[in-house]
Ligand binder design. Structure first.
Ligand code: FUL
Length: 493
C-alpha cells in the first residue's frame, strides 16, 4: 500500500497544512484563494545560492586544540597553532568534490577570532601561529578565490569571551565592528551565517541582538551576500543538524512564524523543515551537517567519518528535497583536512558523477497536457523550462522512448526562478499494458530526487496533481545507478 495515500485519507486539516496541501477532492480542484495573490520568487542571489547545491563548512578554533565542541571563552590563544595550515588544501578538496562555496567559522561561541581584529586581543594575533602574524580568514578567502569558490563567514553572535556581551548596545557595537572588518577587508563574501545558539556570556547575561542593524550592515557592505539564520532573512535553517530536509519542503515561509534567530518553540523544527506554501517570503532551507559526529576535529572521531554511501544519503535528503547541503569538514590540529575525510569526499563525488552522468530520458518524445517547450525538461539548463497554460493548476508530461530503459533514480526540478507551486505529483510507468505508480510525492522545488528498485519501461508519465501556480518544470531525468544493492541478475520489475 502507498503509505502516504493512506495517511492522507485520514489527515486532519492541520496535518494537511503541514504537508502544504489543502483538502482537495481530486486533481482538477480549483486553486485556493491563497493561490490568487502574487507568490514569492527568489532574488538572483537566492537563485544562485540554491543552484550551487553544495557548500562546505569549515569549523576551526581553539576547540580543535582542546577537544571541546563549545569553548567557554577562557581558552588561551597560546593553544592555537595549526602549524601546517594550508587553506588551498581545503579549497582544492572542496572544488574537486563539486562544492561551489565554503563558509569558515571566523569566530565561534568561544569568541576567539581567526583574523587579527582590532576589536579584541582574543585572536590569532595573540597566538603562536605564524608568531601572531597569521590571518586564517585572509588565507581562506584567498584560497577560495584561487579555486573559483565563493567565500562565506560564520560569526557567532553568542560570544563567551567578550566582556561587553549581554550589555546591550555595547555588544551590538562590538559585533558590528567585527562584521564590518570581515565584510570590508576580504573581498566578496557570498554568505554570512548567523548561528541561532544564544546562551549566556561571561557575566551570566544574555544579549539582545540588534538584528535590523546587523542585517543593514551586511546589505550595505556586501549587497549580494546571502544571510542565513533560523529567521533568514535570505535563507533559513532546515531545523536539524542531520542533513534532513522535510520530504515536503517549500522554499517559502511566513516570516512572522520564526521572528528571530534562536526562536525556540516546539513546532519551529517542523516549520523550518517544511516551509509554508502560503508564506509570503522566499527563504529556502539550508541543511547543515558534519562529516563527523562533531563540528570540530577530534582525533577519536577519525574512524567515524561518514562513508560515501552515507554522504549520498545526505545528498538525497537535502539537495534531493529542495534544500542545499552545507557539509562541515573540520581541519585537524595541523590545519589540514584529514585523509579520511578527503577519501570520503572523493567517493561521494565519484558516486554522484556516475549516477547523474546520463539522463536516460534523452531521446524520448515528450507530450504535455498544455503549454509549450515540453522537450526543455530533458535539458540540463535550469532556465529552459516547460510551462503549462497559465491558468492551469495541474497537468501532465508523457515520455515515450524508442527502446526500453532501466532506471532506479528520478530527478525532477521546478523552474523556481518563477517561484514554487507544485504541491502534489505522481510518476507512473507503463508496465504490462497498464500505468503503474512508481513515485507519489508532494513538493518538487529546485530539485527532487527519488530512488527505488530498478524498473524497465518505454513509457513514463508525470502527473502534476495540484499546483498553487502555473506548473513549470525545468527538469525530468531518469538515471540508473551502479547499484550494488541489487547486483547483476536482479529481477527488475
Ligand atoms: C550550532 C553551534 O552551536 C555548533 O557548534 C555549530 O557551529 C553548528 C553549525 O551550529 O548552533
Amino acid at each position: 500500500m502507498d503509505r502516504r495515500r493512506f495517511l492522507l485519507a485520514g489527515s486532519t486539516a492541520a496535518s494537511l497544512g503541514a504537508l502544504g496541501l489543502t483538502r482537495v477532492g481530486h486533481a482538477d480542484a480549483a486553486p485556493t484563494a491563497a493561490a490568487a495573490g502574487p507568490r514569492p520568487r527568489p532574488t538572483p542571489q537566492q537563485l544562485r545560492w540554491q543552484r550551487d547545491e553544495l557548500a562546505m563548512f569549515v569549523h576551526l578554533t581553539v576547540n580543535t586544540f582542546t577537544g571541546k565542541e563549545w569553548g567557554d571563552g577562557t581558552e588561551s590563544p597560546s593553544i592555537f597553532n595549526p602549524r601546517k595550515l594550508d587553506a588551498r588544501q581545503w579549497t582544492r578538496t572542496a572544488k574537486q568534490a563539486g562544492f561551489r562555496s565554503m563558509i569558515l567559522t571566523a569566530k565561534h561561541h568561544d569568541g576567539f577570532c581567526l583574523w587579527p581584529t582590532a576589536t579584541t586581543k582574543h585572536s590569532v594575533a595573540s597566538s603562536p601561529w605564524k608568531n601572531g602574524h597569521g590571518d586564517v580568514v585572509r588565507e581562506f578567502t584567498d584560497a577560495c578565490r584561487a579555486e573559483g569558490l565563493g567565500a562565506g563567514v560564520y560569526l557567532s553572535p553568542w560570544d563567551r569571551n567578550a566582556k561587553v556581551y549581554g550589555s546591550g548596545e555595547a555588544y551590538n557595537d562590538y559585533y558590528i565592528a567585527q562584521l564590518t572588518e570581515l565584510l570590508s577587508n576580504y573581498g566578496k563574501i557570498v554568505e554570512v551565517w548567523f548561528d541561532g545558539a544564544n546562551g549566556e556570556g561571561p557575566n551570566g547575561r544574555k544579549q539582545a541582538y540588534d538584528w535590523p542593524r546587523i542585517h543593514a550592515t551586511v546589505r550595505r557592505l556586501q549587497p549580494d551576500a546571502i544571510m542565513f539564520s533560523d529567521a533568514g532573512p535570505d535563507v533559513r535553517w532546515i531545523g536539524d543538524e542531520k542533513g534532513m530536509a522535510g520530504e515536503t519542503c517549500w522554499s517559502s515561509v511566513d516570516p512572522a512564524s520564526v521572528p528571530y534567530p534562536g526562536y525556540d518553540r516546539p513546532w519551529v523544527g517542523d516549520l523550518l523543515a517544511h516551509g509554508d506554501p502560503h508564506g509570503g517570503a522566499w527563504r529556502p532551507g539550508e541543511s547543515d551537517v558534519s562529516i563527523r559526529p562533531g563540528w570540530f576535529w577530534h582525533a577519536e572521531q577519525n574512524d567515524q567519518v561518514r562513508s560515501p554511501d552515507n554522504l549520498m544519503e545526505l545528498y538525497f535528503s537535502s539537495v534531493g528535497r529542495n534544500s542545499k547541503l552545507l557539509l562541515n569538514v573540520p581541519p585537524n590540529r595541523d590545519g589540514l583536512f584529514d585523509p579520511e575525510d578527503i577519501a570520503a569526499l572523493r567517493g561521494f563525488t565519484a558516486q554522484r558523477t556516475q549516477l547523474f552522468a546520463n539522463n536516460l530520458l534523452q531521446g524520448a518524445s515528450v507530450h504535455a497536457s498544455s503549454g509549450s517547450s515540453a522537450h526543455a525538461v530533458l535539458d540540463a539548463n535550469p532556465d529552459a523550462h516547460w510551462s503549462a497554460a497559465s491558468a492551469a493548476r495541474n497537468g501532465w508530461l508523457e515520455f515515450e522512448l524508442p527502446d526500453a530503459i532501466a532506471f532506479d533514480t528520478l530527478a525532477l526540478g521546478e523552474a523556481v526562478a518563477h517561484g514554487q507551486g507544485i504541491a502534489n505529483y505522481r510518476v507512473e510507468y507503463w508496465n504490462n499494458g497498464a500505468w503503474q505508480t512508481l513515485v507519489w510525492g508532494t513538493t518538487i522545488g529546485h530539485r527532487k530526487l527519488a530512488r527505488f528498485d530498478p524498473v524497465r519501461t518505454r513509457k513514463l508519465r508525470l502527473l502534476l496533481e495540484f499546483a498553487y501556480a502555473t506548473p513549470r518544470l525545468a527538469q525530468v531525468a531518469a538515471y540508473r545507478g551502479p547499484d550494488r544493492r541489487y547486483g547483476p541478475g536482479h529481477n527488475e520489475k
